[in-house]
Design a protein around this ligand. Structure first.
Ligand code: SAM
Length: 282
């Protein structure tokens, strides 16, 4: 629910996606918005410069990075209150996705300002679009913890996840992360390493986790750049035995048709609808 201030004050916060590495991936609207706003809040004012120069954008830039973003959010809010529209950009891709911007968006909403996306590149979506893994359902885990123990324990918690898993990874940890994934998810689990997407040395490696880990470990070249790692979801592990499922189906069938009971129980238990429907006949 917007407060009346947004009606009086047309200033807006735009959350603008920028290229991952290929300047041609900038949208027409992104260029126009960056030209028209009063100020650009950028993660790193130096890194955004080549993009602005390339598109002839002369809008003033202020910095808004992880270390100062709470303080900057308050300062930027004052600008919105003065009627100045703001564009938030990160170094590459979509702001807030493993990048700064969250406090500013929350504050702008809380004060009733309109927050509008200018969508475009994000490494997560770019990688999913080319990986060849199921995209019907996926989970984005961002960066894994840097410490070995914490990383392994996070991976163990995800071992039975059935949706496609997506991780961001840095060049420092790509080998150890792939090795940990092979040990915990299984050496043959299918995975994809999407590296330097949209850039000159873009590579997309598809293989079992263990082979991927050794391919990257054995090539200094493959360890350079930025990475998205995608892992095929695991097999569904049943929490209930046949006897329990049959009993639950029998109970539900007292209150609803068998088809509906199978649908509800399938959603709840993760079991296959057809199999549950069959149990309902017993
Ligand atoms: N906000 C960005 C987005 O929307 O994708 C992500 C920012 S996060 C700080 C940076 C991480 O994104 C990198 O460490 C890498 O995991 C991933 N990434 C960014 N650009 C990439 C690219 N061109 N190819 C592969 N991964 C990339």
């Amino acid at each position: 629910m917007k407060s009346p201030s947004s009606k009086k004050n047309p200033a807006q916060l735009f959350v603008v996606a920028t290229p991952l590495g290929n300047l041609e991936d900038m949208s027409f609207r992104a260029v126009r918005v960056l030209q028209e706003v009063s100020v650009i809040a950028a993660e790193d004012t130096r890194r955004v410069r080549p993009l602005l120069v390339h598109y002839g954008i002369t809008t003033p830039v202020v910095s808004c990075h992880l270390q100062n973003e709470q303080r900057m959010a308050e300062k930027l809010l004052l600008r919105l209150q003065q009627g100045q529209s703001i564009a938030l950009v990160s170094d590459a891709g979509t702001p807030l996705i493993s990048d700064p911007g969250y406090p500013l968006v929350v504050l702008a909403h809380a004060q009733g300002f309109s927050v509008s996306p200018v969508p475009g590149p994000s490494a997560l979506i770019a990688a999913l679009s080319v990986a060849g893994l199921s995209v019907e359902r996926f989970i984005f885990e961002g960066f894994l913890p840097s410490r070995t123990q914490a990383r392994q324990s996070r991976l163990r918690a995800l071992a039975h996840e059935t949706r496609t898993l997506v991780f961001y990874e840095s060049s420092h940890r790509i080998v150890s992360s792939l090795e940990d994934m092979a040990a915990i998810f299984g050496v043959k689990r299918e995975a994809v390493v999407a590296r330097e997407l949209t850039k000159r040395f873009e590579t997309v490696l598809i293989d079992g986790l263990s082979t991927l880990a050794s391919t990257v470990r054995d090539s200094r070249w493959q360890q350079k750049g930025e990475f998205v790692v995608l892992v095929k979801g695991g097999e569904h592990v049943s929490t209930f035995d046949q006897h329990q499922l049959t009993a639950m189906m029998a109970r539900l069938c007292v209150y609803m048709p068998r088809k509906k009971a199978a649908e509800i129980l399938a959603e709840w238990s993760g079991e296959k609808k057809n199999q549950l429907y069959g149990l309902g006949m017993e």
